[in-house]
Design a binder for this molecule. Structure first.
Ligand code: NAD
Ligand code: UDP
Length: 309
């Protein structure tokens, strides 16, 4: 198939592109490199099946050749990135998603939106299942990202119901692995690079907040399954193994052999206190569940970081 990946030069997008090429597909990456980089695709550049288009998807784009699938991932994703780029983040979720839905309609292509667990905000139910509507502050520091994705989901549903576009919505929970920018501020690259440099690990708040971390290869396998075997309703993809941020910092110190200490700073406003995906829908519909343990995934990520700090 000929497949479009928006945001294909980013962290998850580059792994997805690699997996799709390995399956024998032709991939058209559309990216403006605002938070991604050509370097993430360098190892695939020799492939005749990869075509990279530098383009800001908030502006319309028309592809002449037939496209069968669209994975729509383009969006700043780390809290530091989207708080630095709030207008671009809102525009890519709204105008960018509109343009890609237009492409899906014109091309009669199936489109998958990469949404996020952030649509649940600081959740009042635990773990989070797809039926939960969320607890989001639209005017807080995370509003630009959360509402951009919530609007994007609503737009996908409108195109599905009004134009009969074949759609998928995945809600991705914290995913990590090689090629995350070490300075993107997210907790996995932040703690790993601090530990490798012998700096103290910057725990925000008292570290009792939780996250559940999914290794990128598990996520990518799930994304392709949703695209090919899933249905049109939102579906959570993530690893349910929940851990406190303090415990997570200790794990990183043990795995890197770091002698650094933990430093405690203020908890950012609206930082979700607990997050854990309920993946029963993905397990029953797709027979999908994560396979890579936190320890194995972190070892691979640390190995990569060692060559890139
Ligand atoms: P990333 O920042 O590494 O990748 C995003 C990519 O989108 C970058 O290559 C960037 O240049 C591109 N992009 C942004 N705006 C664009 C625009 N206007 N036009 C063209 N390209 C544009 O982030 P990531 O972690 O790989 O996230 C990918 C997707 O997955 C995002 O939509 C994000 O919201 C979603 N997601 C990620 C996670 C996670 O834990 N990594 C969790 C939930 C959701
Ligand atoms: N965090 C931290 N230190 C850091 C970066 C993040 O303690 O240097 C915490 C952050 O407050 C949050 C969790 O780690 O509770 C995950 O943060 P991240 O930015 O990775 O993603 P989020 O899930 O909040 O979008």
């Amino acid at each position: 198939m000929r497949i479009v990946v928006t945001g294909g030069a980013g962290f998850i997008g580059s792994h997805l592109t690699e997996a799709l090429l390995a399956l024998g597909h032709k991939v058209v990456v559309i990216d403006n490199f605002i938070t991604g980089s050509r370097k993430n695709l360098e190892h695939l550049a020799a492939s005749d099946n990869l075509h990279i288009v530098e383009h800001d998807i908030t502006k319309p784009i028309f592809l002449a050749d037939k496209v069968e699938r669209i994975y729509h991932l383009a969006s700043p994703a780390s809290p530091i990135d989207y708080q630095k780029l709030p207008i671009q983040t809102l525009k890519v979720g709204a105008l960018g998603t509109h343009n890609l839905l237009g492409m899906a309609k014109a091309q009669k292509a199936r489109i998958l939106l990469a949404s996020t667990s952030e649509v649940y905000g600081d959740p009042e139910i635990h773990p989070q299942h797809e039926g939960y509507w969320g607890h989001v502050n639209p005017v807080g520091p995370r509003g630009c990202y959360d509402e951009s994705k919530r609007f994007a989901e609503a737009l996908v549903v409108a195109y599905r119901d009004f134009h009969n576009v074949d759609t998928r919505i995945i809600r991705i929970f914290n995913t990590y692995g090689p090629r995350m920018r070490l300075n993107d501020g997210r907790v996995v690259p932040a703690f790993i690079s601090q530990a490798l440099k012998g700096e103290d690990l910057s725990v925000y708040g008292d570290g009792t907040q939780t996250r559940s971390f999914c290794y990128v290869s598990d996520l990518v396998r799930g994304m392709i399954k949703v695209m090919e075997e899933g249905d049109q309703n939102p579906i959570n993809l993530g690893n349910p193994a929940e851990i406190t941020i303090r415990e997570f910092a200790e794990r990183i110190m043990a795995l890197t052999g770091s002698r650094a200490r933990l430093s405690f700073g203020p908890l950012p406003q609206d930082d979700p206190k607990r997050r854990q995906p309920d993946i029963s829908r993905a397990m029953s519909l797709l027979k999908w569940q994560p396979e890579v343990t936190l320890e194995d995934g972190l070892k691979k990520t640390i190995e990569w970081a060692l060559k890139n700090v």
